[in-house]
Design a binder for this molecule. Structure first.
Ligand SMILES: [Ca+2]
Ligand SMILES: [Ca+2]
Ligand SMILES: [Ca+2]
Ligand SMILES: [Ca+2]
Length: 146
C-alpha cells in the first residue's frame, strides 16, 4: 500500500462555509489571481495571500476598529466597489450570507482573525501540490492530471 503523505485532512471538512460556490467562483478567476500575485511570478504564496486579505480587510474596515460590521461589510450603495477586487468578487463577498459564514461568534461583525481563518481554509483547500504556493491550475480549480 502506498502512503500518500500529501493527504492532509482539512480542519473544516464538511463545514458548510466551503460550499459557497458563488464567492469562490468569483475568487478563482485569472484577474483575481493577478491581484493576489503582485510579484507576477504566476504563483500565489502564503505571504501574498495573507498580505492581500490583510489589505482587503483593512479596506472593508473603514472605521479601523479591527472588525467589519454589517454596514461596512455590505457597503454604501454606489460606493461599494473595493479597489482590490473585481466587481464580481466584490458582489459575492459583500452579502450578509458571507458575513454570517465568517462571523463565528454571531455578533454581526467579522473580526480579522475570523476573516483570515476563513481564507486560510480556502488557501489550504486550493493548495493541492504541497509546495505551499498556488499555481494557476490550482487557483482556477483545474486538475493538471497525472
Ligand atoms: Ca507570486
Ligand atoms: Ca469596523
Ligand atoms: Ca463576530
Ligand atoms: Ca501548489
Amino acid at each position: 500500500m502506498i502512503t500518500t503523505a500529501a493527504f492532509a485532512a482539512p480542519a473544516f471538512a464538511g463545514d458548510p462555509m466551503l460550499s459557497s460556490g458563488g464567492y469562490e467562483g468569483q475568487m478563482h478567476t485569472t484577474p483575481m489571481m493577478k491581484m493576489l500575485d503582485p510579484d507576477g511570478n504566476r504563483m500565489v504564496s502564503n505571504a501574498e495571500f495573507d498580505d492581500f486579505y490583510g489589505k482587503l480587510f483593512d479596506e472593508l474596515d473603514t472605521d479601523k476598529d479591527g472588525e467589519v460590521d454589517a454596514t461596512e461589510w455590505v457597503g454604501v450603495k454606489g460606493r461599494t466597489k473595493l479597489e482590490l477586487a473585481t466587481g464580481g468578487y466584490n458582489r459575492e463577498l459583500r452579502t450578509m450570507k458571507m458575513l454570517g459564514m465568517m462571523d463565528k461568534d454571531a455578533d454581526h461583525k467579522v473580526a480579522k482573525d475570523d476573516f483570515f481563518t476563513h481564507h486560510k481554509t480556502i488557501f489550504t483547500a486550493m493548495e493541492k501540490s504541497g509546495d505551499g504556493e498556488i499555481n494557476p491550475q490550482e487557483w482556477l480549480g483545474k486538475h493538471a492530471g497525472n
